[in-house]
Structure formats: C-alpha cells, structure tokens
Write a protein that binds this ligand. Structure first.
Ligand code: GAR
Length: 208
C-alpha cells in the first residue's frame, strides 16, 4: 500500500506512521509527504526517513480549488492507495475530496461529532466536559463530518489546560491513527454508502 501524508506542522502523527512501518506493524510505504508550510518540522522528519517531500504554499494560489489542483497534480505523480491528513490545517475543496473519496482519512483532536473545527481542547475545557479525545475518520465533503473509524478517550483532569490536554490526546492519536491505517492496508476497512465498514460491518462507537 502506498501512502501520502499531508501535514502543516510538527508531524508527530507522520512520525507514528514512520515508526509503525519500521517496527513492522504497518505494511505500507510512504511515497510522499506534502506540506503547505515550508517550515513544517514534519518535512524534516520525512527527509530523515528518506521520504519524498513537496511543499505547496497555499498563499501562492488565489483560491482553494487552484491550491487543491496543485496538490492533486503532485499526488498524481504517485500510485497512491491512501491519502492521510495528519495535522493538515487547510480545508479541502469538494474537488480534492472527490478525487480520493474512500481513500482519504483525517485525524481530528476531539470526540466527533463534538467540536469540529479549531480549538477543540479549549472548547472541551470551557464546556466542563469530563473527557476529551481524538477521532480518525474518512474525509467527506462535510468539514470533520465523515464517518468515524476509531476514537480514543482520555479523562479531563482538574489541572488540565488546553496544552496539557492536547499533549495527552496526541499520545492517543499516535496509537489510533496507525491502527486505522493498518486496518485499511489489510483490506478490512472501507467507506461504503456513507458508512465506515470494518470487516464488512458498520463501525459503532461506544457511547459515553
Ligand atoms: C494533531 O493533534 C491533529 O489531531 C490536529 O493537529 C495536530 C497535529 O499534530 N489536527 C487538526 O487539528 C486538524 N484540524 P502533528 O503535526 O504533531 O501530527
């Protein structure tokens, strides 16, 4: 399975894929790491792992579709099975989503459907939630709205602020994102009729 990983920043989730592949836990090859920011530390992680990198700066394009077309051109140079958004902080146009529908995943730092969008941890704290978490989901045209594949939960502690909570959730992200990718690579996971299916059955998330 050939993967591409789209990043905008630190790339710790990218590192989790690199490490899972190195440990033999994920039978896949990362063909390309693409960033919209030249200074993203994740690009260095990719270079260290001898992975092809590209930077396409969204500010060089006058609208979202043209930026997305440039990314699609870069991605189409590789025979990809799966495109992974890993801290990629641009909203994708329907044009892009349709090109990889069913082969496009994201990780979002909240227990979706709660808190799509930004500042998820701050919002969970302000709502006095008792737990926070992260969700891996298939990407559809609705922002952070595609079917969830797997979630991880962590209790919110009285001493937490957005940074401590984000750090704890991030550790969980590094566990569940490679797991979801592994399921996909093993042919166990697919998007069908708007649902995520694992071993042919719709994925049900545990309540509460
Ligand atoms: C992660 O927490 C990821 O869930 C979040 O950005 C962080 C990236 O960390 N993604 C989003 O907020 C997407 N809207 P990383 O660069 O170290 O993988």
């Amino acid at each position: 399975m050939n993967l591409a990983v789209l990043i905008s920043g630190g790339g710790s989730n990218l590192q989790a894929f690199i490490d899972a592949i190195a440990r033999g836990e994920l039978d896949a090859n990362i063909s390309l790491v693409l960033s919209n920011r030249a200074e993203a530390y994740g690009l260095q992680r990719a270079r260290q792992a001898n992975i092809d990198t590209r930077c396409i700066d969204h500010r060089a394009y006058d609208n979202r579709e043209n930026f997305d077309r440039a990314m699609l051109d870069a991605l189409r140079a590789y025979p990809l099975d799966l495109v992974l958004l890993a801290g990629f902080m641009r909203i994708l146009s329907p044009l892009f989503v349709r090109a990889y529908l069913g082969r496009l995943m994201n990780i979002h730092p909240s227990l979706l459907p709660k808190y799509p969008g930004l500042h998820t941890h701050q919002r969970a704290l302000e709502a006095a939630d008792r737990e926070a978490g992260a969700s891996v989901h298939f990407v559809t045209e609705e922002l952070d709205g595609g079917p969830v594949i797997v979630q991880a939960r962590t209790p919110i502690l009285e001493t937490d602020n957005a940074d401590t909570l984000a750090a704890r959730v991030l550790e969980q992200e590094h566990r569940i994102y490679p797991l979801a990718v592994r399921w996909f690579c093993e042919g166990r996971l697919r998007l069908e009729g708007g649902s995520a299916l694992l071993d042919g059955k719709p994925i049900r998330l545990s309540a509460g």
